[in-house]
Design a protein around this ligand. Structure first.
Ligand code: FAD
Length: 299
């Protein structure tokens, strides 16, 4: 399915974004590959929980994987389409007494986005459980990469260095009791409820990556970030590395607030915080300037 002039803001976890020229929602891996071939410059998105989309829109093509949601279980191996929600996968693994995906219960990514970002939490991450991924590579077509070929490290994978698209992923899990798995999931959820915003407060997860051997949240707290706000957005009062879009904030508000936060940490500690969140847009020069200053990935 294809839509023109699509208002993407309703799909982003920040509830921010403008019009996208052309948006595709393929319903199978085969259809996804066909669209990738016919739209070589398209940007692929999953559940848009780690992307700041410009309020000024994006003059380009976006493919959203949300309808590629097939799942297969074979013993302790689960194969899932790029658009499968991490929360759904985590619950399914638990229902089959399989451990390794408990961390996914806690945040709103899709399989494709989670593999691309090497998402992780609570001492677990994608790199620990991914067996292989089916990838579309413009030069070679559809290929399969094993875990070793994925070049995983903190919040990154080979897919961020080459223009690889994740079509499907296979996870190898460990059998465990349902009590143990449920206990881990409950711990993860209650940690979130106490320390991090739920999605009823529009946000995009951690804004900055942790610098090596340090915590972005602690550095930001120490420079008073919890009191910072710009326009309709402010820093979350319980965790300084989250920005909440409380009152119809814009992408420019968010980038300006990120710049204030990052500059204050750099002035005090000489540490440059690098954004974890990515940016899609480019129609507003002031935003693009801020993106370059922040060293945010412009996808
Ligand atoms: C409340 C909240 C809590 C969060 N907590 C955590 C956390 O604890 N740990 C953590 O790691 N993250 C966390 N996040 C961030 C986010 O959920 C993860 O980064 C997640 O992996 C992003 O998945 P997505 O489907 O939303 O990706 P998107 O935001 O749609 O995309 C993210 C990036 O992946 C690329 N991408 C998406 N799908 C594909 C694909 N199929 N092929 C190639 N590239 C693709 C996009 O182009 C983009 O560059 C949190 C977010 C929120 C809102």
């Amino acid at each position: 399915m294809q839509e023109n002039n699509f208002d993407i803001s309703k799909l982003t976890s920040f509830k921010v974004g403008g019009k996208v020229n052309r948006m595709y929602f393929p319903e199978s891996v085969d259809e996804f590959v066909q669209v990738l071939k016919s739209e070589p410059d398209a940007v692929v998105v999953g559940n848009l929980s780690n992307i700041l989309v410009s309020s000024y829109g994006f003059d380009g093509v976006v493919i959203c994987t949300k309808r590629i949601d097939g799942i297969n279980i074979d013993g302790n191996i689960i194969t899932a389409g790029a658009g499968v929600r991490g929360t759904k996968l985590s619950k399914l693994a638990a229902a089959n007494n399989l451990s390794g995906l408990e961390f996914m219960i806690a945040f709103p990514g899709s399989v494709g986005g989670e593999v691309y970002m090497n998402a992780g939490a609570h001492g677990q991450m994608v790199a620990d459980v991914l067996k292989s991924a089916k990838i579309y590579c413009p030069e070679r077509g559809v290929i399969t990469l094993t875990n070793e070929n994925m070049d995983f490290s903190y919040r990154t994978s080979v897919c961020q260095k080459k223009s690889y698209t994740i079509l499907e992923a296979q996870f190898e899990l460990k059998p465990d009791t349902s009590e143990n798995i449920q206990e881990k999931m409950n711990e993860n959820l209650s940690f979130r409820q106490n320390k991090q915003p739920s999605l009823t407060l529009p946000n995009c997860g951690s804004v900055f990556k942790n610098p090596e051997g340090n915590s972005a949240g602690r550095l930001l707290e120490s420079i008073g970030a919890k009191q910072m706000a710009v326009g309709g957005v402010h820093v979350f009062e319980k965790h300084a590395n989250f920005i909440i879009n409380e009152d119809n904030g814009t992408s420019y508000d968010i980038l300006t607030l990120m710049d204030k936060m990052s500059s204050a940490v750099e002035d005090k500690y000489g540490i440059k915080l690098i954004p974890e969140v990515k940016y899609l847009g480019g129609n507003n020069e002031k935003e693009v300037e801020l993106c370059r200053k922040l060293k945010i990935d412009m996808i």
